[in-house]
Ligand binder design. Structure first.
Ligand SMILES: NC(=O)c1ccc[n+]([C@@H]2O[C@H](COP(=O)([O-])OP(=O)(O)OC[C@H]3O[C@@H](n4cnc5c(N)ncnc54)[C@H](OP(=O)(O)O)[C@@H]3O)[C@@H](O)[C@H]2O)c1
Length: 300
């Protein structure tokens, strides 16, 4: 018996590596693989790897996540975000495994200011959103024993980069920053996603399907950035930043269009796990405490 964790080196993947051992008694030993062991562009390799490991549970934390670059690489994004999850689901079905897959708030257009439920109509605005939606559909078509967890605005200690790390880097170099104030979402710590996935995986047989999960309460990117600087200073980080100007999205054009109101309704997962997700600001404090401690220990 085993759990195959795909995309083990991403920001959520690395957190899952630490939380999934909690469910080893149910599903077996954790086998984490990164891109060098399983490249998701190779659909044959997906089938043969899953067949040789014959896991009880597959958790897919890998994805093409470069939202803007996806606009100019739609085929590659489609291969990794749509075809590969479909191939994982087929391979899971062939060995009676369950599949937990991560999706995104960007499957919605976010044009109206009310939190989106799992059953609400999707209407992705970007190539990334369209390919992630196609991945969800490919899984649903071939595998009942699945959990698709849509999340949003993810940051964490691990991985190459995210909004928190980018803001901290810029805040050390600059005294003024302009940050978008008319996109609203729920900043979500990768560690909380990993905990939620780990707990939810135990319910895959009784309650399969699609779930929304984010940290609770909402913010604009501008409010999030301001909170990052306040909390980082409270943890003892020295920053050059003095002024954070709120700007409209129209002043910060990007290749991919983002949903203006990107809040997910998380009542369904709360009902199954019997507890609500932490407030985003509380999780941000925890993450920064860990991040500052680790970065200070690296410099001493
Ligand atoms: N980040 C967000 O704000 C956000 C928001 C909503 C949903 N999500 C979803 O959350 C999940 C986890 O995202 P994340 O934030 O942890 O992203 P991440 O840090 O970019 O991790 C993605 C991982 O996928 C791997 N990967 C990419 N192409 C691959 C391939 N061809 N074969 C094998 N592995 C490949 C990457 O490997 P390399 O490091 O080698 O490239 C990386 O380790 C994804 O499904 C994403 O769509 C993310």
């Amino acid at each position: 018996m085993s759990i195959l964790l795909v995309g083990a080196l991403g920001q959520v993947g690395q957190e899952l590596k630490q939380t999934l051992p909690q469910v080893e008694p149910t599903f077996g030993r954790l086998v984490p693989v990164g891109r060098s062991q399983l490249d998701l562009t190779d659909l044959d390799a997906i089938a043969s790897t899953v067949q040789s490991i014959a896991p009880q549970l597959i958790v897919n934390a890998a994805a093409y996540t470069a939202v803007d670059k996806a606009e100019s690489e739609p085929d590659l994004a489609y291969r990794i975000n749509a075809e590969a999850p479909g191939a994982l689901a087929k391979a899971a079905a062939a060995c009676d495994a369950g599949l937990v897959h991560i999706s995104t708030d960007y499957v919605f257009s976010g044009q109206t200011p009310s939190p989106r439920r799992e059953s609400d109509p999707t209407a992705p605005l970007s190539v990334y959103g369209k390919t992630k939606l196609a991945g969800e559909e490919a899984i649903r078509q071939v595998l009942e024993r699945h959990i698709i967890l849509r999340t949003a605005w993810v940051y964490g200690t691990y991985g190459r980069g995210n909004f928190v790390k980018t803001m901290l880097r810029l805040a050390k170099e600059r005294s003024v920053l302009n940050v978008v104030c008319d996109q609203i979402g729920s900043p979500t710590w990768a560690k909380d996603i990993a905990e939620a996935i780990t707990q939810l995986s135990e319910h895959i047989d009784r309650y399969p399907g699609t779930y929304h999960f984010t940290n609770s309460e909402t913010a604009s990117w501008h409010e999030f950035a301001t909170a990052i600087f306040e909390e980082a200073r409270a943890q003892g980080l020295s920053l050059a930043i003095e002024t954070v100007n709120p700007i409209p999205t129209s002043d910060y054009p990007t290749p991919a269009q983002r949903p203006p109101y990107s809040v997910l309704d998380c009542q369904k997962i709360t009902g199954v796990l019997k507890h609500a997700a932490p407030q985003w600001r509380v999780s941000l404090q925890q993450m920064l405490k860990q991040y500052v401690k680790e970065s200070m220990s690296q410099t001493t």
